[in-house]
Write a protein that binds this ligand. Structure first.
Ligand code: SP5
Ligand code: ZN
Length: 374
């Protein structure tokens, strides 16, 4: 399988994030992508490509240009304002209750980017305080978009039946006018929009990250040309809390084009495959030749921030079932934070999608049960 990877992601790395106001070891670290790259290299069945630059137009096709400009200057603003922090996170968010009782017109005028304080600007554009922004974040996020769009090129122009973009930072929490959840630009949404425009066909997205892809849902909420289907932890108990429920189905042209399949804590391989079959049914009903996959491994039983119980073996089966739809696949990396298993899990999924046998590597320390060997 063709893979797209760039070391540019290394520019965005951090050892601490904040969780509910306290510094904790960062989850979304550079080691994640390096682990996956190493496992795919060792497998021998993957061909690595460097991304090509695709410019800003495909980004502003789905994101507000103000978000792009903020991310571009946020780090230098933090430094210029002499706020000594190892990373930027917001001061104040515009909680909707701040404007309670005001008209929608008044709220529309008030909720705007404050120009002079970077902590206020970050509050305006940000979803949460757990997406640390550092000196290399913008360059890395632009690199991840180029990885996604080069993966699209391999599928649309290069004739690949499936290709994998090792995107980092991930993207599915980033909305049209918002970053967050370790995400800055929505790689999968940018890719799906590019596919829709290039082919004139409808596009399906299947999001199998542990978390609901609130950003992707928001971007395509009113669009009839992109169907978004997501399997994720019930937002009653997990991030992003305010989107991802089963009754969110889209509006306008997008009515009926959004399908959320929330799962309980402790969801097993069997539970998961039932949801995968429902997701595949919804995608099978959409005409078109390309499906974009938002691929996360935070569904793994040992993931430090997830609460599902999936094993490495099920990833091979999920890849197989998604490929069985017979569409060309643009597979893009999202989350997954149990570093020791990431390479094996990615390898299993991608081998399944390519119709190759599972063949787990017990020497790597993680067997099909997900248990630590030895
Ligand atoms: C792309 C992606 O997977 N983003 C995930 C963002 C999750 N942000 C919230 C992290 C909350 C960590 N909770 C730790 C609970 C430990 N019991
Ligand atoms: Zn996730």
């Amino acid at each position: 399988m063709q893979v797209v990877y760039t070391p540019i992601h290394l520019a965005h790395d951090i050892d601490t994030e904040t969780y509910m106001g306290v510094g904790v070891p960062a989850n979304e670290v550079a080691e994640r992508a390096e682990r996956i790259r190493d496992a795919l290299t060792a497998d021998g069945g993957f061909t690595f490509n460097e991304p090509t630059e695709h410019g800003e137009a495909p980004i502003t096709a789905v994101h507000d240009e103000g978000l792009v400009r903020f991310l571009e200057v946020a780090w230098s603003e933090l430094r210029a304002q002499q706020i000594p922090r190892p990373f930027l996170s917001a001061d104040t968010y515009p909680n909707r209750s701040m404007f309670e009782g005001m008209s929608e017109a008044a709220i529309g005028r008030l909720v705007r980017e404050p120009r002079q304080h970077v902590g206020g600007r970050a509050g305006f554009w940000g979803l949460d305080s757990a997406a640390p922004l550092v000196a290399g974040t913008y360059v890395a996020a632009r690199g991840a978009v180029d990885v996604a769009l080069t993966t699209v090129d391999l599928v649309l122009d290069g004739g690949a039946q499936a290709a994998y973009g090792l995107c980092r930072p991930p993207g599915h929490h980033a909305a049209r006018s918002m970053y967050g959840g370790y995400c800055f630009f929505n790689n999968a949404a940018i890719a799906a929009d590019a596919v829709a425009k290039a082919t004139g066909e409808r596009v399906g997205i299947i999001d199998v990250d542990f978390h609901h892809g609130n950003g992707t849902q928001q971007i395509f909420w009113r669009r009839g040309d992109v169907r978004y289907v997501s399997i994720h932890a019930d937002p009653e108990r997990q991030y992003p809390f305010f989107l991802g429920r089963a009754d969110e189905t889209g509006e306008g042209q997008g009515s009926g084009e959004n399908l959320n399949l929330p799962l309980r804590a402790g969801a097993t391989d069997e539970d998961y495959l039932v949801a995968v079959d429902r997701a595949c049914e919804a995608l099978d009903a959409v005409p078109g030749s390309v499906i974009v996959v938002s691929l996360g491994f935070d569904t793994y039983g040992l993931d430090p921030i997830g609460d599902f119980a999936l094993t490495t073996a099920v990833y091979h089966e999920v890849g197989r079932r998604v490929a069985a739809l017979g569409r060309r696949l643009v597979i893009l990396q999202e989350g997954g934070y149990h570093r020791p298993s990431l390479g094996e899990n990615a390898r299993a999924w991608l081998r399944g999608a390519e119709g190759r046998p599972f063949e787990p590597r017990p020497a790597a320390g993680f067997g099909p049960s997900g248990a630590v060997a030895g």
